[in-house]
Design a protein around this ligand. Structure first.
Ligand code: 5HY
Length: 257
């Protein structure tokens, strides 16, 4: 099977970190296609960065649809554009935050999220509510690390993240840690060794969930709100994003009308 992992920020070195984490867990026979958005912020650390990242994300989904892709992963902890991506995709689309939270809920009664800048905590908090994880998530913590500092070998990122994870275990009484940034994908095993609790990287979790969904033949439902977008005109800079007309669908199959 082929899984397209999309880094919706425009930093190639982070995509390389993401790709390595994905390939480390991918099953034999799973091809990982890791791509970097060609448009948008070098790092996604605000509602504005997220909103503007979605056009580049949709571009990558459209690329994937043109080359037989079985599943997609949005490798950014805000899961930006997840539902829009599911509308345009045929196969399953997973966000790393949703995947990581579900994985954590299977192996601990409570988890904490450790993320980057404090201003992005609200994004993770909204996802916790959207995914029905309030009962499991005991806290969303920030290290005040800018995302790109994770790519800087001279930064003290590891120490800052480890310290916040320790607080989460002691103060939140969490049994597991969810890493709140795709750029932390290479830290899970190191942190687990230091902390003695499960540390979940959403990239790895999403790869295995995607393999499972594709393995049992599941695709994104095209009945209702995740059907392909309605055909209509678009104006201005997004004119080329006008959804094409498609034959009507019923129980997942195109029907002539
Ligand atoms: C991410 N931003 O995973 C998020 C993390 C964050 O560019 N990749 C980014 O801080 O929201």
């Amino acid at each position: 099977m082929r899984i397209r992992i999309i880094n919706p920020n425009t930093t190639v070195s982070m995509t390389e970190t993401i790709a390595a984490a994905a390939r480390a867990v991918a099953a034999q026979g799973t091809e990982i296609v890791a791509v970097t958005s060609l448009s948008g912020a070098v790092s996604i650390e605000s509602h504005y960065d997220e909103a503007l990242s979605i056009v580049g994300l949709v571009d990558e989904i459209r690329e994937g649809e043109a080359e037989e892709t079985d599943a997609y992963i949005i490798a950014c902890f805000g899961d930006p554009g997840l539902l829009a991506a599911r509308e345009v995709a045929t196969g399953p689309v997973l966000g790393i935050a949703e995947a990581a939270m579900h994985a954590a809920s299977f192996i601990a009664t409570g988890f904490s999220i450790v993320t980057t800048l404090d201003r992005t905590r609200i994004i993770a908090e909204h996802l916790v509510r959207n995914y029905g994880m309030e009962h499991h998530c005991r806290g969303v913590r920030a290290t005040e690390l800018p995302v790109l500092e994770l790519e800087n070998p001279k930064s003290n990122a590891r120490a800052l993240i480890l310290a916040e994870c320790k607080k989460a275990i002691m103060e939140d009484k969490s049994g597991a840690i969810v890493l709140g940034c795709a750029g932390m994908a290479d830290l899970a095993r190191y942190l687990e060794g230091k902390l003695g609790v499960p540390v979940i990287d959403g990239v790895a979790a999403a790869v295995k969930f995607a393999e499972a969904l594709v393995g049992i033949g599941l695709k994104t439902s095209k009945h209702g709100d995740l059907a392909y977008p309605l055909h209509k005109s678009y104006k201005g800079k997004l004119e080329s994003y006008a959804p094409p007309s498609r034959p009507a669908m019923t129980n997942g199959k195109s029907i002539s009308r």
